[in-house]
Design a protein around this ligand. Sequence first.
Ligand code: PMP
Length: 292
Amino acid sequence: FDKLDGHIWMNGEYVKWADAKVHVLTHGLHYASSVFEGERAYGGNIFKMTEHNERLHKSAEILGFKIPYSVQEIDDACVGLLNKQGLKDAYVRPVAWRGSEMMGISAQSNKINLAIAIWEWPSYFSPAEKLKGVRLDVAEYRRPDPATAPCKAKAAGVYMICTISKHAAEAKGYADAMMLDWRGHVAEATGANIFFIKDGEIHTPTPDCFLDGITRRTVIGLAKDRGINVIERTIMPDELSSFEQCFLTGTAAEITPVSEIGADRFVPGSITETLMNDYTTLVNPAAVKAAE
Ligand code: PMP
């Protein structure tokens, strides 16, 4: 990845991709004082860009630092970099972190840095391929109690348990893992929210200790537009066998159907397919029109 082409926007300047470096004594590396976003451009437009960049600001605030660029400036930098990279279908990764001026838990004098990287990311899977669904393991680690970790921040530190859980799942041949929360309720996957369907209704966990994803809220809106009832509630793992369909939502995952979680099986059906089509139309109307 450090060999990719083009530029990275770093603290207000375009830096050659290979030269966008940080010092090894960076506070963000040692103590996880780092927040980030994951955004996606479709046909040259970054979907819900301002909402993502507002969340970036909010995540930093939760960690007690202020990004020295306004949301508008970050929006402008994202659009400027997308154009400079000459990309239309791409992943956008802003990251903000405390620098290397002081070393220790306290980081009062450390500079706050912001970088943005953008790389090409077309949609790889055809809807037919995606509809086969992915297989999920159940993670050992649980999403922490809001009294234990800043669970509403998209913060590097909170992802430590996600990487451990995803690696453990991959080692067993699964695509990802479903995580429970500290109470044992169904929470989400390691980088995406989770939805279930039964009897024509959608059920999804109440996001009280994990990200209420931008895609999650978008998909709830699309379902409501279709007149489909969406119930946000506590979901227990022993209920999984009662659901017919399951899917994940996230900027990267978009809508990804799930075929199994541990011993439970799901068959992606018409509601999942309808929402996938509606999501594609919403994020990339030009491509849908061109394909017609
Ligand atoms: N939960 C986690 C842990 C995530 O990493 C993501 C991806 N940002 C999501 C949920 C979904 O969020 P969004 O739809 O805003 O991308």
